[in-house]
Write a new protein. Sequence first.
Length: 326
Amino acid sequence: MIKEDLRIIFMGTPEFAVETLHTLVQNNYNVVAVVTQPDKPVGRHGSVLQPSAVKKYALEHGLPVLQPEKMKDEAFISQLRSYNANLQVVVAFRMLPEVVWAMPEYGTFNIHAALLPQYRGAAPINWAIINGETQTGVTTFFLDHDIDTGKVIMQKPFDIADNYNVEDVYNGLMHLGARICLETIEKIIDCNGYPEAIPQDQLLTAGQRLHCAPKIFKDTCRIDWGKPATDIYNFIRGLSPYPGTWTTLVDGQGKETVMKIYSAATTTETANLPAGTISATKKQMFISTANGEMIEIKELQLAGKKRMKAQDFINGQKNCTDCCVK
């Protein structure tokens, strides 16, 4: 098989997927169509429709765009089939029915932001950081009936530095994902469309714990100050900058306000104080956690206010140490 034999349909929605689509276009692959989510209503009354990042890129480069409401819609299936694609590439999209993923001769492969079988699910980057992992990566695998369980084609690791948050890892995996896409397609070409792929259960070592990556909800993001400081630190950076962790600030008069925390740091400072107690110097803000440990808060946001440095919060409070969090 040669490169020119491939007719690719690309499926994706967010900015994370654009980098891979851009790489395919820049390397002169024949992307015959792009499938993405319907435009999203935004604005006060939802009267403005906002196209996905993938749609914007596709239109700028003259690529046909399909935006099905339902993936099993007969009109969409017929239109998809009309492009006669022999390979589909999926990045950060949605669950596909078998009639879609089984359509191309050479199958459909997905780029997942984790080293499968670890961190199957919607939020692999978040959960890897929250769990204190020092390494993650990207995986290409063929889609099958269950989510994120198909046979693995290739994997590439990515180191998570102790100070990385979601944005740092997201950007790293976005570029690494584009690279592994090219290498996976090259492997498919070299193998005449049918590369060797490994069942995921063969990648697990005996006794290895399997971590999942479920969707993040608002309640997921609430900080439990009764946990060790390191766990809270990982939790904060694992949800920063979006959606952001939150807690309830209680001032000296008992008034409660939602407070988001975007950035923190571990510290050797300790205090025999109840979890959630706020301590402060002129420039630093600390919150007590489990076992007498403390965590330094760097950046936060009060409900209805702008994001601010912890020092600005301290300066804006009559007595910061009269407050606590819960």
